[in-house]
Design a protein around this ligand. Structure first.
Ligand code: GZL
Length: 348
């Protein structure tokens, strides 16, 4: 009997040793992707009680958009890895599967759990005033990650951590202008990101402004591929059907859609990167591989590796410090031979 009791006691003690560094939020929206596997899931009761731990850890509630692109999963991996590496941080992760209503639900869960900081990657720019007003009421600072929001009330979030998407659009256009020359006749098809997302809106604006003064440059078709490879392929198939040989350039708001477009162009019987120039944004390793294979021409880097910076910002805010209103990522352009040389260095 004594042996059985000792065994039971040991089992209970061992179970208590496994604290969750990153907990999956029980919003019913978490997906069982590989990236969240690395997040140790907590004992479910923990997600309904207050998250403010009595062991002095900082609790971050992170509402992530989903897993629509290689870039997105790289960002998720970066945030989870950074939280796991910091003994002072506990992460509650929620995957909204592209739905704003799931993000709003997750934010309300974070408020109810009294997290210390809310990190939000807003799937679209609008519709956040009410729920971020509730976070403000609760005294919980909000950090915007990789996409912005449109609001009259600047106090609804503390900082935006991410890239300048307008500049990214301008850099993509500049590659094309340098390649063809300002006086050329260039027909462009545009694969837009998610409708209403700041990354899509601003990339469109930046690109259009850069070619505005060039009479021979025309965007003959523009349609959303929702930042996904499959939709990018589908939309490019439609472009090829309607405009085929007329198309000189594909401008994709992200690499995943560009990779889908490459597939469509090959199946159509043209040579991507040669017959049709392909320019996109993100800098995922697949884009570098496509450039090395001669099937793509240029990618504008938009780093997803925001995890370590988010941990620093959370610590600063909890310590009562202040942070920049816009913690801007530095983006670089990788084209042709320079991209081939860079390929071995890519980490996402
Ligand atoms: C950019 C980010 C975009 C990426 C896409 O910061 O919001 O969303 O460019 C991702 O790959 O889907």
């Amino acid at each position: 009997m004594k042996k059985l009791l000792a065994l039971l006691l040991t089992a209970v003690m061992v179970a208590g040793l496994f604290t969750a560094c990153a907990k999956e939020e029980a919003t019913g929206t978490t997906t069982d992707t590989a990236t969240t596997d690395s997040a140790t899931t907590a004992d479910d009761t923990a997600t309904t009680d207050s998250a403010s731990t009595d062991d002095g850890k900082i609790v971050i509630g992170f509402s992530q958009i989903g897993a629509e692109s290689g870039w997105r999963t790289a960002e998720t991996d970066s945030v989870i890895a950074a939280a796991d590496a910091d003994p002072n941080i506990e992460l509650i992760f929620s995957d909204a599967q592209q739905k704003q209503e799931n993000q709003i639900k997750a934010i309300r869960n974070f408020i109810a759990q009294e997290v210390d900081v809310i990190a939000l990657a807003p799937v679209v720019e609008s519709g956040w005033e009410t729920v971020l007003g509730e976070a403000k009421e609760a005294g919980i600072p909000v950090v915007l990650l990789d996409r912005g929001i449109v609001t009259e009330d600047e106090s609804l979030y503390v900082t935006f951590m991410g890239s300048d998407f307008i500049v990214e659009g301008e850099l993509a256009a500049q590659y094309i202008i340098d390649k063809f020359g300002e006086d050329a006749e260039v027909n462009i098809v545009e694969l837009q990101g998610t409708v209403g997302a700041s990354a899509a809106t601003d990339r469109m604006t930046g690109f259009a402004s850069a070619i505005a003064g060039l009479s021979g440059y025309e965007i003959i078709k523009s349609q959303t591929g929702d930042f996904t490879r499959s939709k990018g392929k589908e939309v490019m198939e439609a472009f090829l059907k309607s405009d085929g040989e007329m198309i000189d350039v594909v401008y994709a708001h992200n690499d995943d859609m560009a990779l889908g477009a490459i597939q469509a162009i090959e199946e159509y019987g043209l040579v991507p990167g040669v017959d049709i120039i392909i320019v996109s944004i993100d800098g995922v390793v697949g884009a570098f591989e496509a450039i090395a294979d001669g099937k793509m021409n240029c990618t504008v880097e938009c780093t997803p590796l925001l995890g370590p910076g988010l941990m620093e910002v959370a610590q600063t805010l909890v310590d009562g410090g202040t942070v920049e209103r816009w913690i801007k990522s530095n983006d670089r352009v990788f084209a042709d031979e320079a991209a081939v040389e860079e390929l071995p260095n890519r980490v996402y």
